[in-house]
Design a protein around this ligand. Sequence first.
Ligand SMILES: [Fe+2]
Length: 353
Amino acid sequence: MVFLVISPFMPLKSTQRPMVQSRYTQGLNAKLIRVGNPKTTGMVIGMTQSSLAEVDSMKFVESVIAESPDIATMPEVTVKIIDIVENPKSKMEDLHDVIRNDPALSARILKVVNSALYGLPASVANIDRAIVLLGLSAVKNIAIATSMTHLFNGQSGIAGFSLNDIWRHSVGMGVGAKLVYSSRKRPGGDEAFLAGLIADLGMLIERQALGQQMAEVIQHFLEDGGDYCALEQEYMGANHQQFGLAITKQWRFPDAICKTNGYHHDPLSLPVKDRELPMSVYLADVLACRLQVGFCTMPADQPIEQEVINELGMTDGMLASICDQMPEHIRAAEAILNRPEPKIIGRLDHMAC
Ligand SMILES: [Fe+2]
């Protein structure tokens, strides 16, 4: 028997409460076990394991996203960039045309390209040169990353918690994942940067659609700790990975990016062939938590899964080098992406890596 806790005393909007409940009980032969759970003063719905397996939580997640128009609408320029790059008939000029029509985006891309993140020997003055030096795919990923930063603007509406906290941690994950790729001398570091940067996108959906429940999750987490994704599951019926997976699929992001969104807290549950990018972002997430960059869903002393270390072939020296480089690269990325500098209040323990 598995219990789903749905509390009517969670600060659900009256319109959301029946929505959440009915979506979890409809057609599942779920039965009300009792009302008045001591932890949540809510009701507990018990389901058999087989019934739970039938729960189409992605349908629930998709319906929540559909009710979040602000976040569900991908920035227009990002849509255009993805369309161009995914179309085999596209040419480099097509991407250039889109970027050129957005001077602010163009300037940001050049800042990224000329930053310490890429370490190019000479300054790059135009987008064409950037595409030649870094490749179309790299520029696409940089363009998408920079075009999405505005999603993190605004107020969280949650006391003691701001979207900047999510943003700061996201930059940490992006930078860390890129460094994991470069330390392994693997191509695709720019895709890793994008994957890390948007890995917690699902939290933005939660904040918009289920803000009050998210506030409860955060309050509970900050007070008592625990497994953040499990708390989200308990209070909201889904976690940010599921929301992120759904929105990135809806936006037709590459499969590896979607899987990273959906499994960055549990990459080992994926088939081996799909794990590299999710594992790299997972590792970056753990390291960013050790640095205490922004909003961390893991404690600073969270151990790294040994299987991840083994599969990625990370040595103590490689981890120590990443740890050393992360703070500077995070500061560079923050400055480039035009957001406040992150607070780095911890020090990485290299031996712990
Ligand atoms: Fe996450």
